[in-house]
Design a binder for this molecule. Sequence first.
Ligand SMILES: Cc1cc2nc3c(=O)[nH]c(=O)nc-3n(C[C@H](O)[C@H](O)[C@H](O)COP(=O)(O)O)c2cc1C
Length: 315
Amino acid sequence: MPHKKILVVHYSQSGQLDNAIKCCIAPLLNDKRILVTDLNLKPLEPFPFPWNLLDFLNVFPESVYCDKIPLEPFGIDKNEKFDLIILAYQVWFLSPSLPVSSFLQSAEAKMWLKNKPVITFIACRNMWLTAQEKMKRLITKNGGVLSDNIVLVDAGNAIETFITTPRWLLTGKKEKFWFFKEAGISKSDMQKSARFGQAMSNALKNDLEKSKKPLLKGLGAVNVNEKLIMSEKIGHRSFLVWGKILKKIGKKENKIRRIFLFIYLLFLVSMIITIVPLTLFLRKLFYPLMKKRLKKQKAYYEEPSGSENFKENNA
Ligand SMILES: Cc1cc2nc3c(=O)[nH]c(=O)nc-3n(C[C@H](O)[C@H](O)[C@H](O)COP(=O)(O)O)c2cc1C
């Protein structure tokens, strides 16, 4: 008879996030004392993969504002009580992907998350800070308590993934080419994420989840790239402005909105090739003055699990 029940909520288009979370929870699935309930989110109107450019851009305003989209019924008893909830999500335009943010606005999420420890598991390119801030708010709104956050990011550096990630999302081509690495998260990072599942299994054995305190400290669950903090904040501010304008123009089928989306695309690309290098340059120039603040922000965004990995080799 299992004594602990875990709900794992996930949504993936290419299967990357599904594979990553599978590696992570493998130790939990092998533990007879734990019953894992799988909730694979399915939007009523599926999103395309690979994306065409217009659909890709068109999902931006609603993603940024976390608008609720209809999902297929979950098929799990609303009154089910879980000991721990794992929310696995990818980032869309510096926000949680629409299926996941919509799940967190459902009546079921309210029932399942209330007073429960929640672990978020992110698999994305490399910019997830504001998305996680939105997730924190949605989790708190449901009465849940964020106990840990695990983040896996794409293997290449920011310049490489600026090419390889869109290429993958817009063509489905993931393999390495020229001097670029394969797009997405490395297989070794995925496999190594089993250490988190192992730590969860050990913690559940000792009822540690009941404290709602971090279970994954010392395992290098998250590592904030200080260099991206400023770009992400500036980018998100502009997303809010453009998102509002585009939503005001009309729904995603609206022709004028489509024209504005292409103007927005030009803005987005010029912003990425100017603001990101500019903020990196400014950061370098003013680093001695900003060092303390950036360190504080890095520590804040790395909560609750932290980036230390003193246990990683023993896990
Ligand atoms: C519409 C869209 C927007 C995205 N925006 C971001 C982003 O802001 N930051 C980021 O790190 N990754 C971003 N990504 C990459 C995803 O987080 C993720 O790595 C990729 O879509 C693969 O996820 P999958 O498991 O659903 O296939 C975006 C992907 C899509 C489809």
